[in-house]
Design a protein around this ligand. Structure first.
Ligand SMILES: Cc1ncc(C[n+]2csc(CCOP(=O)(O)OP(=O)(O)O)c2C)c(N)n1
Length: 737
């Protein structure tokens, strides 16, 4: 037997010890009579544990042959089969990657399930894999209420909290779109090392924060503590010391090697959580067998004695002992079951090796934007109901207003039309947001629809994702663009990948409002004037909206919500702060930057841009503040050059319809891209590159973007940015070439 081939050692130990009746001692003597546990429960759980073990062994064998691609196993974590048995499948489960036993056991709750084959297809990355369609080895299932998770640790915790919160909120609002039952709870499992992660701490904190204020967050956090994170040990008492006294969350400890203890503690955790609707932390102590994952060689960092000690505490051997002690199975029946399941798994996995894979670019990419649950949007609200909700403001809709006010009106109509929308974020409720864009919404719609979040961006986006899992269309706000970076993994790692890895079975409908960009007058400073959108440039499937004026903002916000509602899309809606209160364009009191509130049916479809002017000497392509400044400069450019130009406002930075853009440029050969964001990584770079590549004409393109610098304070705040003057100079330069 090889020092490196621990699966063979573990496999042989099992049969040898069961035949010889040599079992490790239990920490506590517990019997079936405890808590009315049924033999059928134990046998079923044990069977799932055995199947999971054989899946690990077989997957490794197939990986060596090159048939199987990703083998992060569940060995040592077989205790989680208990959770699969005890929690009904309508409790949504956000799972740790070592949850095969859970999945196998939960599958038994529904008829006609084929979990071994489903998992085999996933291991083999076959296009027939019923969850990811061959895109990743994930544990997930729509019917079992298990959103698929890849292996970014802890990133699923914030959204699990959001889903937990959504359950009672959906009940209180009588939400028709709600997917979970009123009595449902949420499960969320993770490893001991993952419990240190900022995303995890954010989730625990938010769950407790909400709960301590009387809010309902029915979630069982399950920490599967195997004492190590890859090669870094977790101190034996760390998890208990850290979480046993957390305000707002009850802590329970269970022995992951002892099915009966685990069943008793799990039932207790479930009862507390389901009845009290409060968070519970269930700490399952266990071991990790066969190293971390496929290529990991545990002897490289762990003493062989320690490895053997864990192997002697194999949960399967403990479970076998419990089966025999409680007259559920005899020694022979245990070994016979073990071999039967080996044969079954072997057969199913071998069959799956020949199943088709994704081979073409289009096939792989077809699920980036996908949604299997298309909805038809609700009817427009009646004028009577609008009048009621707007109150005295209703009569003022016909007057011109600045962008901040118009977005506020649009949010009112949206909350009225879509009863599953909620607005939340830092200071958005009573205060109405830093810039009053959410003013009055709290009063109009109440705390259940408009609420303040804890000061934690990860939780805000995570909450949004979680609410989306249960029928809501969340409209969260990140207070300033710079702070989105604190939470960007929730967008790029979690939200954007979900339809891709689930073939649209799960989506993240959401409109994330983000006030941002620079040019705030008399108020510089980096964090309130962040001028970089590059984070959004490379996230496949994300919609990025940047309106430049109030009327556009209203119409684009409506399209954004309908994209989220009908198509399950994630939209990031950037609101240029500097233009919130802007009223005039050329001279004081010209009122050229205020608009009347657009008719309730008006929208701007995705990708549709706006052209100002018809000149062909020069085209300025821009967006946001860049449009405002370019239009300011346009008159002087035309009078100084005696040539006519046009200015294109992109409005949507993702997607950009390049064929249409090239058509709009027409025969014009000189292009000035005005991008208010930092040169490196700005959208202007992409526009430059694609125009150059796709246009049939030989274009003379210039990118005029902000310097690669942060925004300083006070009067220096605009020094590094494109200005009316610099746009004028660049335009004249191009026109004179
Ligand atoms: C955010 C993130 N950082 C690092 C990793 C790499 N990584 C994968 S698993 C793992 C250890 C996790 O340990 P633990 O949470 O204890 O779970 P276990 O694997 O022991 O079950 C690490 C560091 C990751 N997947 N995600």
């Amino acid at each position: 037997m090889s020092l490196f081939n621990r699966e063979e050692v573990i496999d042989q130990n099992f049969t040898r010890w069961v035949v010889a009746g040599e079992f490790p001692k239990a920490k506590a003597k517990l019997y079936l009579s405890q808590d009315n546990i049924q033999k059928t429960d134990l046998i079923s759980i044990f069977e799932s544990q055995v199947i999971s073990r054989h899946i690990d062994i077989k997957a490794r064998e197939l990986k060596d042959k090159g048939d199987c691609f990703y083998t992060i196993g569940s060995s040592g974590h077989e205790g989680n089969a208990v959770f699969g048995r005890l929690f009904p499948y309508h409790d949504m489960a956000f799972l740790h990657y070592r949850s095969a036993p859970f999945f196998l056991e939960r599958s038994k709750q529904i008829s006609n399930s084929t979990p071994i084959y489903d998992m085999a297809l996933s291991f083999m990355a076959s296009s027939e894999d019923p969850i990811s369609g061959g895109r990743h080895k994930v544990i997930g299932s729509e019917v079992l209420n298990i959103p698929p998770q890849t292996s970014t640790i802890a990133s699923h915790l914030p959204k699990a909290v959001g889903t937990a919160f959504s359950i009672d909120r959906a009940r209180d609002l009588a939400l028709l779109e709600s997917k979970l039952f009123n009595e449902s709870i949420v499960l969320c499992s993770f490893g001991d090392a993952s419990a240190n992660h900022a995303a995890a701490l954010s989730a625990f904190n938010t769950a407790c924060w909400v709960s301590s204020q009387g809010g309902h967050v029915p979630i069982v956090f399950i920490c599967e503590d195997n004492g190590t994170g890859i090669s870094v040990p977790t101190d034996g008492k760390w998890i208990e010391n850290n979480f046993s006294n957390k305000y707002g969350m009850q802590y329970l400890k269970a022995d992951g090697l002892h099915l009966i203890d685990l069943i008793v503690k799990t039932k207790e955790a479930e009862k507390i959580c389901r009845l009290n609707r409060t968070p519970v932390f269930l700490h399952m102590k266990t071991v990790r067998l066969m190293g971390h994952a496929g290529s990991d060689v545990e002897v490289g960092y762990r003493n062989i004695k320690e490895i053997e000690k864990d192997e002697a505490n194999d949960p399967l051997i403990h479970s076998a002992r419990i089966m025999i002690e409680n007259n559920c199975l005899t020694n022979e029946e245990v070994t016979s079951l073990y071999e039967q399941k080996r044969a079954q798994v072997g057969h199913v996995f071998e069959n799956a090796t020949s199943r088709p894979k994704l081979k073409k670019v289009d096939e792989v990419m077809s699920t980036i934007i996908s949604n299997k649950h298309v909805r038809t949007r609700p009817k427009y609200p009646s004028n009577d109901s609008r009048e009621k909700i707007f109150g005295k403001e209703f009569g003022r809709l016909k007057f011109p207003h600045h962008m901040g006010k118009l977005i506020n009106y649009a949010l009112t109509d949206i909350l009225l039309q879509y009863s599953n929308t909620v607005v939340f974020g830092e200071d958005v409720a009573q205060k109405g947001g830093v810039y009053h864009v959410t003013a009055d919404l709290y009063r109009q719609f109440g705390v259940r629809r408009v609420f303040n979040s804890p000061l934690d961006e990860t939780s805000i986006i995570g909450f949004g994702l979680g609410l989306g899992h249960n029928g809501f269309v969340p409209i969260p706000e990140i207070q300033f663009l710079a702070y989105l970076h604190n939470a960007e993994d929730q967008l790029r790692g979690e939200a954007a990948t979900l339809p891709f890895f689930s073939e649209g079975r799960f989506t993240n409908p959401m409109v994330l409002r983000v006030p941002g960009l620079a040019y705030q007058k008399g108020f510089g400073g980096h964090f309130h004037n962040d001028n970089s959108l590059s984070i959004f440039r490379d996230i496949p499937g994300l919609i990025l909206a940047v309106p430049s004026n109030g009327a556009d903002a209203v119409k684009m916000l409506r399209s954004s919500v309908s994209q989220a509602y009908e198509n399950g899309r994630i939209v990031v809606f950037i609101e240029p702060i500097a233009l919130y209160m802007t009223r005039d364009l050329h001279i004081e009191k010209d009122g050229k930057w205020v608009n009347k509130y657009p008719d309730i049916k008006e929208e701007i479809p995705l990708g549709e841009f706006m052209t100002y002017g018809t000149g062909r000497s020069l085209t300025i392509i821009t967006y946001g503040n860049g449009l405002y400044l370019s239009l300011k400069a346009k008159k002087e450019i035309e009078s100084k050059s005696r040539k006519k130009i046009k200015v294109i406002d992109l409005r949507w930075l993702s997607p950009i319809d390049f064929p249409k853009l090239i058509k709009a440029i027409g025969s014009c050969k000189k292009i000035l891209i005005v991008d208010e964001c930092r040169k490196t990584g700005c959208h202007g770079e992409e526009i430059y590159m694609k125009l150059d590549q796709f246009s049939e004409h030989d274009l003379n393109i210039k990118l005029h973007a902000a310097e690669d610098c942060f925004i300083p304070l006070g009067v220096s705040a605009t020094v590094t940015l494109p200005s009316e003057r610099s746009i004028l100079n660049n335009a004249l330069g191009l026109l004179n070439e």
